[in-house]
Ligand binder design. Structure first.
Ligand code: ATP
Length: 366
């Protein structure tokens, strides 16, 4: 069902809301199709069920839906699998003072907090049966009662749910209420796994680099060359974008201001056991790539063909690091000879090396 309606309606010509592009990084065909669908569905009040493997970005999809929905209230997220079942009811519905032992004061529940906004119920498949019945009633009546409360409170929220489980099978096997399933599954949306959109990896890395640069403007970021991107594309990515983020976080520490190449990806970034080997050897500059592997084409493509911005200063700085590393390597670590190779004053090169944290030893060890 999901695949069917998504592929039928997912290729409309309507321009994509730029907030979707900003939140959900990716220009691959499956991501474009997903964004077309969200573009249509987000402004409506209809419930959306987001499906996809762990780490694909289901929560991010909900964030994108809320951003485009135009709803003035908040986005309130509840992970049904993370809250013990006996606490989930008061978490969602709130409680009155004295409703149960320990209820010292009145508490407004998450459903009420989502008034005028969006309620995101993550891992809805893990919701206990008794609560499934209560949620169904809320969806039908648009009213809630706090635990221990008497009166009913009108609520107006848009529901987005997510699950990595095959919920239809849970319904068949009696683990999930069929009536609730049909109520929340008005628009099923499927988020593609990272292995189905490997060509998004460079853009996602770029977004992660930009974010890190914004967070820590004085800290150098790693630069993934074409070989590294190719190596990343051969991985299976069972943990999807979350796994890619972990790889990036590792690179940001181990290769700050340095080039990450295929060898670095395979030996130090992808397999965790690579960490042991790395601990025994000094971290050095990755070999400088030849001009043909410099990402100039990708950068130019981004400038010409996307709405996203490009951090020119960072790219130029990455290029400087690569060129100085290569010159030092070629000249056996002689700063004077490297300066001549680069047609720079010796003092200018020394200043640049200081600024970019380049050492002769690291360049030679690469
Ligand atoms: N398209 C994307 N662009 C940029 N970052 C992304 C994208 N998709 C996912 N991420 C990042 O990957 C991580 C996992 O995303 P998220 O938590 O939304 O996944 P999920 O599908 O909800 O995971 P789970 O099923 O485990 O709850 C987050 O750090 C998120 O920011």
């Amino acid at each position: 069902m999901t695949q069917h309606w998504q592929s039928t309606f997912g290729d409309q010509d309507a321009p994509i809301d730029s907030r979707l592009d900003k939140i959900l990084v990716g220009r691959s065909a499956p991501m474009r199709q997903l964004k077309q669908v969200l573009n249509m569905v987000a402004p409506s009040d209809a419930p959306v069920m987001v499906q996809g493997e762990t780490g694909v970005g289901k929560e991010l999809v909900c964030e994108a839906i809320h951003a485009v929905s135009g709803r003035p209230g908040d986005l309130v997220a509840v992970n049904c699998a993370a809250i013990p079942s006996e606490l989930l009811e008061s978490e969602l519905f709130g409680h009155e003072k004295g409703a149960f032992t320990g209820a010292d004061s009145r508490r407004v529940g998450r459903i009420e907090q989502a008034q005028g906004g969006t309620l995101f119920l993550d891992e809805i498949g893990d919701m206990p049966a008794a609560l499934q019945a209560k949620l169904l009633r809320v969806l039908e009546t648009r009213r809630i009662q706090r635990v221990g409360g008497r009166g009913e409170i009108e609520v107006n929220f848009r529901l987005v749910t997510a699950t990595h489980r095959a919920l239809a099978k849970d319904v068949e096997e009696g683990r999930f209420r069929a009536d609730l399933y049909f109520r929340i599954n008005v628009f099923p949306v499927s988020v593609p796994s990272l292995s189905e959109r490997l060509d998004d990896i460079p853009l996602i890395l770029e977004a992660m680099i930009d974010r890190r640069q914004t967070q820590y403007p004085d800290v150098m970021t790693p630069h993934f060359n074409a070989g590294a991107i190719q190596a990343l594309a051969t991985h299976g990515w069972p943990g999807n974008v979350r796994e890619l983020r972990n790889v990036f976080d590792r690179a940001a520490v181990l290769f700050a201001g340095r080039v990450v190449n295929a060898e670095a990806v395979c030996s130090h970034l992808l397999p965790m056991q690579g960490m042991t080997a790395l601990a025994a050897e000094p971290i050095s500059a990755a070999p400088a790539p030849s001009a043909s592997v410099a990402p100039a084409d990708a950068i130019l493509d981004s400038i010409m063909n996307t709405d996203t911005s490009v951090d020119m200063r960072r790219h130029l700085r990455d290029m400087e690091v690569m060129m100085i590393d290569a010159a030092l390597k070629k000249t056996g670590g002689s700063v004077s000879a490297a300066a001549r190779t680069l047609r720079l004053q010796r003092t200018t090169l020394i200043e640049k090396m200081k600024k970019l944290a380049i050492s002769r030893e690291a360049a030679l060890a690469s």
